[in-house]
Design a binder for this molecule. Sequence first.
Ligand SMILES: Cc1cc2nc3c(=O)[nH]c(=O)nc-3n(C[C@H](O)[C@H](O)[C@H](O)COP(=O)(O)O)c2cc1C
Length: 190
Amino acid sequence: MKLFIMGAALRRESFNRKLAAVAALVARAKGATVDLADFADFTMPLYDGDIEDNEGMPEGGRKFSARVKAADGLIFSVPEYNNSVSGPFKNALDWMSREKPYAFRGKPVLMLGATSGKAQALQGIAATRVPLTFLGSYIYPGWLGVAHGATAFSEDGSQLVDKAAQKRLETLTDEFLVFVERNARTPVKT
Ligand SMILES: Cc1cc2nc3c(=O)[nH]c(=O)nc-3n(C[C@H](O)[C@H](O)[C@H](O)COP(=O)(O)O)c2cc1C
């Protein structure tokens, strides 16, 4: 199974980037082929219908779409901005909605999230499900939120300090790989 895994945040020391890296290690250990992506490689201008009319899909959008399409399943670690989806990621998803059929159509998605505070990105995860579902992806019902990002990761970045959370990530990944495999047997027709 090929998984596309990405922290949906731009800053270098992003907790979501770190959580995506831990998820990639877990998924690889379970036999998945992993494309660990850097959101900064998919930079897109703020959606503007004039840019679309004059220039079409930005290069970052074309790259994002191609990498999503090449995967059997997707794992996103998303931040929570103002109890909702982060602006940069929503902008990327808005661009993705301008290409038909949607790259996300029929793609299983596992949602993770990390925050600096105590809220575990729960509302960020919940809100990000809305556009992902609109784009036709199948969101796995289980999720993992990580609070207090500054102290949540081991020094080498290979795992979560909280052993129960690390175990939850491993169990979720097992479950998600079954979900992805089932879906791959009956993919949607595009
Ligand atoms: C514009 C903005 C809004 C934020 N809103 C929330 C929020 O609603 N809830 C929360 O737990 N953290 C919020 N935070 C703090 C983020 O959890 C924190 O900046 C986190 O590090 C962002 O993810 P990253 O580390 O992957 O960049 C916000 C941060 C920013 C910049």
